[in-house]
Design a protein around this ligand. Structure first.
Ligand SMILES: NC(=O)c1ccc[n+]([C@@H]2O[C@H](COP(=O)([O-])OP(=O)(O)OC[C@H]3O[C@@H](n4cnc5c(N)ncnc54)[C@H](O)[C@@H]3O)[C@@H](O)[C@H]2O)c1
Length: 265
């Protein structure tokens, strides 16, 4: 799909990958709707891209439904819905708890729930809200931001890994069940992208080998939407790792255990 003249909604559009996508999609000629819980960032990006800005907490289904109704009223339709908002940790860092204690299975229930609500349920709410409109028109495009953690694993972060696997599963399901009805579906699988998500408590970047700039990730998304491919990879080597995992699951687990043992904690 070409993005020119398309009405595109991006959640989590005020920062990071979402912001870069809003800018890049606008440069492609899309009519943008920037949504985020961050009100100041939403205003800033919406102004910059000449689009609509809507402050939305994606954990709240009523707010997502209202957003969809509002955009259809103002812009007439939604061509592309990018469910991008996501969180890496389920609770703010207290500056004391080591990362491995925040990301293991003993992370608090509140942290697990937050990850589930933002990363997964928000995408369910969005699909539920926008699909009737897209199905009635016989066309539409759902772009879901997952992560390499959804195909492989995020070392040191069980809740994030589990939530992103759920995103991949949901996105496959949407493609299989609605693809023949004119609904295009893509799943963004990024590895390291230099956004606030990858910043530590001191504001430094977490060392993620091969981390790329958000603008480069946005360019990969535009290319993926253009060719309408299901998996939109910002780091092509992830496909190679995924194939390696599928070819020998136990061997892959052994390699990951070795990698985990070498990871500084
Ligand atoms: N940065 C990476 O390395 C990386 C890698 C793989 C996947 N991802 C995924 O990309 C997506 C974007 O991440 P990012 O790196 O740009 O992170 P980011 O923290 O820079 O941006 C996330 C945005 O989501 C918004 N958000 C969070 N909770 C929200 C809520 N309840 N309602 C509305 N908006 C909310 C934040 O305000 C923020 O603007 C996420 O789904 C993330 O899991 C990121």
């Amino acid at each position: 799909m070409e993005l020119r003249d398309k009405v595109v909604v991006v959640t989590g559009g005020a920062n990071g990958m979402g912001e870069a996508m809003c800018r890049r999609f606008a440069a492609e000629g899309a009519s943008m709707v920037v949504c985020d819980i961050d009100a100041a960032g939403t205003r800033r990006v919406a102004t910059e891209v000449g689009g609509l800005g809507r402050v939305v907490d994606v954990r709240d289904e009523a707010q997502i439904r209202a957003l969809v109704r509002d955009v259809i009223e103002v812009r007439g339709r939604i061509d592309v819905f990018v469910a991008n908002a996501g969180v890496l940790w389920g609770e703010p860092h207290d500056g004391v708890t080591p990362l491995q204690d925040r990301g293991n299975v003993w992370a608090s229930n509140a942290a697990w729930q937050e990850m589930w609500d933002v990363n997964v349920m928000a995408q369910v709410y969005a699909a539920r809200a926008v699909l009737p409109h897209m199905l009635a028109r016989g066309e539409g495009y759902l772009v879901q931001n997952a992560s390499a953690a959804g195909l492989l694993t995020a070392l040191g972060n069980a809740p994030y890994t589990a939530s992103k696997h759920a995103v991949v599963g949901l996105t496959e399901w949407l493609s299989i069940h609605h693809g023949a009805q004119g609904i295009k579906v893509s799943c963004i699988v990024a590895e390291g992208v230099r956004t606030d998500m990858l910043r530590g408590a001191q504001g430094e970047w977490f060392a993620v080998a091969g981390a790329i700039d958000p603008d480069d990730a946005a360019a990969a998304v535009v290319a993926g939407i253009r060719t309408e491919q299901f998996l939109i990879l910002t780091h092509p080597k992830v496909e190679q790792y995924f194939r390696g995992k599928a070819a020998d699951y136990d061997g892959w687990l052994t390699r990951m255990r070795r990698l985990h043992a070498k990871t500084p904690r």
